[in-house]
Design a protein around this ligand. Structure first.
Ligand code: NAG
Ligand code: NAG
Ligand code: NAG
Ligand code: NAG
Ligand code: NAG
Ligand code: NAG
Length: 594
């Protein structure tokens, strides 16, 4: 063996030996085997906080603040909140508290003196080591990563108030998806104190490819496992076009253009095959669109009352004013038919902030058969998660119940707000690969690509296709295209006197023509779409978002104040150019727990 050969082999060996440790791969978070209510069941991720480690389950979602429940939220030993685990800072050897962070007493955590009724309590910032179980996206090796000085808003007392003014204690905390900055920093005796976020820290340590996350919350009832990836995303959770748009300082806004009802396969359980115009139905103030926040920490679909009325018009549900939600009338035969069928609610949004292009996410009624449990009801009760919502300065919100069927990603692009993008796309049904290798997000990616998997196929076997009724001779082939607005039935069956051969000839010719046209249009649209998308992104970032980072905007304020609710609210208001002058973050915090 020559020395060259030896050198070559060494080089090869070193590549093999070094690759797993030196490459930065996305990390895939481990989910808990438990699920949580009282309006789910919802899946959660398992983490440990403090040393020695205290295990807690958290709902992934939100930015900047992770809400961590302390054992004092609940005095009784059979408290439902105990199931997810508590963090007791007095039992940890490594908690840090600094004097310059805000402390909240009997408030909504965000603004002192706020009388917002839904969530009140006591909370303070504590920094401690967070450990999170992950799997390396390439090698598949499981391991634990430590995130020191993790930024936790530890809640020692909390109650949520229902519309009928009864109260209950939140059952689980939240794990923020990150923030526009690597750290959340406070001035502390002349120096900066840095509280860390998971993706920001792992990226700064060059362990993941970017300060980014990909999330699909999935469904317990239908067996769709949760997916949370740091530094990338699971491409099989991303179907069809992916919309990219700028994020707000503490929320993920997008324009909702319409809501519809459709059927993916077979006959409709309704008296129509599809319906549109539901968002603005019966309310002339809704206009062409409503900006909504997509918020995984909020459970429901918070929409105008007129929209919930329109959604429920043909559904066997009953409104419950004490909860502000709808119960399914499970004894009504239409309940079984609708909730087991391939019928869905469709949400049409602006694509890439474009003024002319849109995309649609279908949420099957299979997923809108959720369960309320104690303390909201005495026996488990099936409900539809539409919540008529009075917009008191806060935006309409699509919460976890929507995200059962949607993929959400954020590329924070460290460097401050106004730089990165967040992503929204259709997510699959239960027929989805487990352990699919994740795709990396590069630090400056403003667009990501999903899989070409067919959405209907991902639901195969998980819904009941309603066959054409016995009086129809053409059974089976009577499918309604998903999302298509006005398919006109009964236009076929007029073959007067054309020979079969002629028909075949015509059909082949027409198909060839359509394929040709389709390809032409496809490539034309693809080129045009890319141009339009980039143009619209430019427009949005220069026209609607501050060019400065959050910290730069806040520089006329002391950094100590920067993260108090008052300032966040001002930043938020500026971010939206006065569109939402008050209260958005109250809504965000409320929705994080309500
Ligand atoms: C916090 O981060 C800044 C850099 O942004 C650094 O200068 C400072 O030393 C850090 N503080 C601590 C306590 O690590
Ligand atoms: C983030 O915080 C860590 C310490 O917690 C510090 O070492 C690092 O420099 C900070 N990074 C930035 C960009 O502030
Ligand atoms: C109609 O829409 C407007 C604008 O979103 C909203 O403020 C109002 O509450 C809605 N009315 C009803 C009855 O839902
Ligand atoms: C609705 O959900 C409940 C609880 O998961 C389940 O037992 C029931 O079978 C579901 N109903 C239908 C029609 O799928
Ligand atoms: C979405 O785009 C299609 C094609 O341009 C258009 O026909 C449809 O009306 C749009 N839908 C909405 C709700 O804007
Ligand atoms: C077919 O059945 C439906 C109800 O299942 C009925 O409304 C319709 O009139 C029937 N059509 C014919 C041609 O019998």
């Amino acid at each position: 063996m020559t020395f060259q050969m030896l050198g070559f082999l060494c080089a090869v060996a070193s590549v093999f030996l070094l690759t797993p440790t030196s490459a930065t791969n996305p990390y895939v978070a481990k989910w808990s085997t438990k699920s949580y209510g009282p309006d789910g069941p919802w899946q959660a991720v398992s983490v440990q906080l403090g040393s020695p480690a205290q295990s807690i389950d958290l709902l992934p979602g939100g930015s900047w603040m992770s809400i961590i429940l302390a054992p004092t939220v609940c005095a009784s030993p059979d408290c439902p909140s105990a199931a997810a685990g508590f963090y007791d800072s007095t039992k940890s050897k490594t908690p840090v508290q600094i004097s310059s962070t805000a402390t909240y007493t009997n408030t909504s955590f965000v603004e002192s003196g706020d009388d917002y009724p839904n969530l009140l309590g006591d909370a303070k910032w504590i920094f401690d080591t967070l450990s999170i179980n992950v799997v390396d996206g390439v090698s598949g090796a499981p391991f634990k990563v430590d995130v020191p000085n993790f930024d936790a808003l530890v809640v020692s007392k909390a109650v949520i108030t229902l519309p009928d003014s009864t109260t209950y204690v939140p059952q689980i905390g939240t794990l923020a998806l990150g923030a526009p900055n690597t750290n959340q920093s406070w001035t502390n005796g002349g120096t900066l104190w840095n509280g860390t976020e998971v993706a920001g820290y792992l990226n700064e340590q060059a362990r993941i490819p970017s300060n980014s996350v990909g999330l699909h919350v999935g469904s317990v009832a239908l067996g769709i496992a949760g997916s949370l990836t740091y530094g990338g995303y699971d491409g099989s959770r991303v179907l069809g076009p992916v919309s990219s748009q700028p994020y707000g300082i503490n929320h993920l806004p997008i324009d909702l253009l319409d809501i519809g009802i459709g059927v993916a396969e077979g006959q409709s359980p309704f008296s129509y095959s599809s319906k549109s115009g539901i968002l603005a139905q019966g309310n002339s103030s809704v206009g062409l669109f409503q900006t909504v926040s997509v918020q995984p920490t909020a459970p429901y679909l918070y929409l105008p009352k007129s929209t919930c009325d329109a959604i429920t018009q043909d559904l066997p549900v009953t409104y419950q004013p004490n909860l502000g939600l709808y119960f399914w009338n499970t004894l009504d035969p239409r309940y079984q038919a609708i909730v087991s069928s391939s019928a869905f609610l469709s949400f049409t949004f602006r694509l890439n902030s474009s003024i002319s292009q849109n995309f649609t996410i279908n949420v099957p009624f299979r997923l809108l058969n959720l369960t309320l449990t104690t303390p909201l009801v005495t026996t488990p009760t099936q409900y539809l998660p539409c919540k008529p919502y009075q917009m008191d300065g806060a935006g309409y919100t699509l919460g976890r119940s929507f995200l059962q069927a949607a993929f959400l990603g954020v590329n924070w692009q460290t460097g401050g707000q106004g730089k990165g993008s967040w992503f929204l796309a259709q997510a699959p049904g239960p027929n989805t690969p487990s352990n699919n290798p994740p795709t990396s997000m590069a630090p400056t990616d403003n667009f990501i690509i999903g899989s070409t998997n067919d959405w209907v196929t991902t639901w195969k076997g998980a819904w009941k296709v309603i066959e054409a009724s016995g009086n129809s001779t053409s059974s089976g082939s009577n499918t309604t295209g998903s999302g298509t607005g006005g398919s006109s039935p009964n236009t076929s069956d007029k073959k007067d006197g054309i020979s079969t051969g002629a028909i075949v000839g015509i059909v082949v010719g027409v198909i060839a023509l359509l394929v040709g046209l389709g390809l032409g249009v496809f490539f034309y649209l693809r080129r045009r779409k890319q141009k339009v998308a980039f143009k619209d992104m430019d427009y949005t970032t220069t026209g609607e978002l501050p060019q400065k980072s959050a910290h730069e905007i806040g520089s006329d304020l002391s950094p100590t104040e920067l993260h108090t609710g008052r300032i966040v609210r001002e930043l938020d208001a500026r971010d939206r150019l006065g569109e939402l002058p008050t209260g958005h973050e109250r809504h965000v915090v409320r929705s994080e727990l309500a």
